[in-house]
Design a protein. Sequence first.
Length: 321
Amino acid sequence: MPKIKDPKILIGFESSDDACVYKASDDLAIINTIDFFPPIVDDPYTFGQIAAANSLSDVYAMGGEPKLAMNLLTFPNCLPLHAVKGILEGGNDKVNEAGATIVGGHSIEDTEPKYGLSVTGFAHPDDILSNSAKSGNLLVITKIIGTGILTTAAKVELLTDEENDAMEKTMARLNKYGFEAMKGVKVDGCTDITGFGLVGHAAEMAKSGNTTLELFSSKIPIFPKALEMASMGIIPAGAYRNRDHFSEDVIEFLSKDANKDLNLRARIDCLYDPQTSGGLLIAVNERELPRLTEQLGELGCESAIIGQFKDKKDKYIEILD
């Protein structure tokens, strides 16, 4: 791709950010993003909700509010119309919850159903967030992880109804609430966790800020069932690809006993698990942390402090016990 030369494009594709940003005026920045994928759950309505929440998330991660959305839908002609209706209704309800409006879209026939959104959001140019961090920042996560492993387990019916419901509820939850919790807080960087997993997206923040992230593995919220499945080797192929892709960026500083601990090894595996509609990763100064955590709690977010950015060392990520 040729290098972008338009000075009004504040963020393009070069920085691996969550969306592109265009400065329309001194007071208005336009955020554009697009995402879609095949079903990861059985219920059409729930799939629509999750896919929409995933697409909307990129705008929140950039510090903006979604305003307009357009449907992207592919489906085979054998798919019942009530299933198509369910997908679109799920997406529409989630967009409405975000305070945005679906204004159209496009659909084509395909061998596999896929759904997502093209989303436009607005923000003040000064409020735009990038996937970066500063040395000294603490890293806060706003959702529990492990959904990639759980969706893999669900395909072979290894989840209880309660475990499946918890997984779907987490993926369908909007990052709107994590975004709202950042209001009034000076945040130095933000991104959301999706296909590259926690380690991958955290590494992008560390690279962008030329820092090293000490990641506290014991502090990271993980679904207990995901840990159980990981210890049994039930891990999606994407997790192995993530581990290979980021192997040059990561070092594990684990104790000798930890290397023999199967539970800890399963926990480390979960850090590479690709997420769908994962939570936000927020880089914040320690002085701002009390207000952020308080507001996250008030808005029902499962937040945790999972790491700290330091001056750049040999690797971008150091995983600690």
